[in-house]
Write a protein that binds this ligand. Structure first.
Ligand SMILES: Nc1ncnc2c1ncn2[C@@H]1O[C@H](COP(=O)(O)OP(=O)(O)OP(=O)(O)O)[C@@H](O)[C@H]1O
Ligand SMILES: [Mg+2]
Length: 266
């Protein structure tokens, strides 16, 4: 299996400490401690319903807008507690972008999808916004494909192109962290491959956390992997184990990890 060489330094960027996310008082995910390293790609894997999306959403406090959802514990980004009032949340969402399972471009042109949020955040003049849009489209490998149709509707793009456009929209805001929740699950293998290539270009420049059900994908693109499991039946911590992707997949320390990797791959 070909692995993209790691070029990130394991220096903590985000520190999770005693985090618990609950819905209507029922704990969905609990993580005692987990580091997320700067410039690295971290994969979160585990069975359906074990709390991967809830964990991801708690990093940029998307959980705040979910009715009945309560988050306790600590998520520190560069040592500073995330969250706070509306102004701090807005700034947090800009620093920590998120990409969802289904591409969600706005029903406007390709260019407007990227430039409108920049305008909304008060970024530069038109020329600067255009420059940033081109740069972001180049980073995700989409520029060559759309340069001559920037004013065509974004919804005319293929699923893989739409997902890369959403990634470009996020990158144009120059975030520090990119969170991706199963970004390839609605894509075919070829589109998945192109999105993975785009993600590979983020390594070293952005701290990336990706939830994926595709273990081969985690092995291909992630420097570090956290294996999650449902709480209950004696499990007090959702995080089964965390380590370098190679170590977790090749010499898992926990039986649940071996079982999950073996079962999901076998
Ligand atoms: N908005 C919500 N309201 C109530 N319960 C929720 C909500 N979102 C998630 N949950 C519950 O929290 C638990 C964790 O869900 P979550 O979506 O985080 O898991 P997941 O690991 O991402 O699952 P999947 O792999 O299927 O996407 C589940 O029991 C789920 O039913
Ligand atoms: Mg999920």
């Amino acid at each position: 299996m070909q692995r993209i060489p790691a070029c990130c330094v394991p220096e903590t960027h985000i520190e999770i400490d005693g985090l618990e996310v609950s819905y209507a008082g029922v704990p969905a995910v609990r993580v005692g401690s987990m580091p997320i390293y700067r410039g690295c790609v971290t994969a979160i894997v585990g069975p359906s319903g074990c709390g991967k999306s809830s964990f991801l959403a708690s990093i940029n406090r998307m959980t705040e807008s979910v009715p009945g959802c309560r988050v306790s514990g600590s998520v520190r980004i560069d040592g500073v507690e995330s969250g706070g009032d509306r102004r701090r949340l807005r700034s947090l969402r800009r620093r920590v972008g998120m990409i969802f399972q289904r591409p969600n471009p706005l029903p406007v042109s390709i260019a407007a999808n990227i430039e409108a949020p920049l305008k909304d955040h008060g970024v530069g003049q038109k020329a600067e916004r255009r420059r940033r849009a081109e740069q972001a489209l180049r980073t995700v490998g989409l520029w060559e494909e759309v340069a001559d149709r920037l004013h065509k509707p974004a919804l005319s793009l293929s699923g893989g192109q739409q997902q890369r456009l959403c990634l470009a929209r996020c990158l144009a805001l120059e975030p520090e962290v990119v969170l991706l929740d199963e970004p390839c699950s609605s894509l075919d293998p070829m589109a998945t491959d192109v999105v993975e290539q785009a993600l590979a270009r983020l390594r070293g420049r952005y701290t990336t956390v990706i939830v994926t059900h595709n273990l081969a994908q985690a092995r291909r693109i992630a420097d570090f992997t956290g294996v999650f499991w449902q709480l209950g039946r004696g499990r007090e911590d959702s995080l089964v184990e965390f380590g370098s992707t190679r170590r977790v997949f090749e010499t898992p320390a926990e039986e649940l990890t071996s079982m999950y990797i073996g079962g999901a791959q076998g």
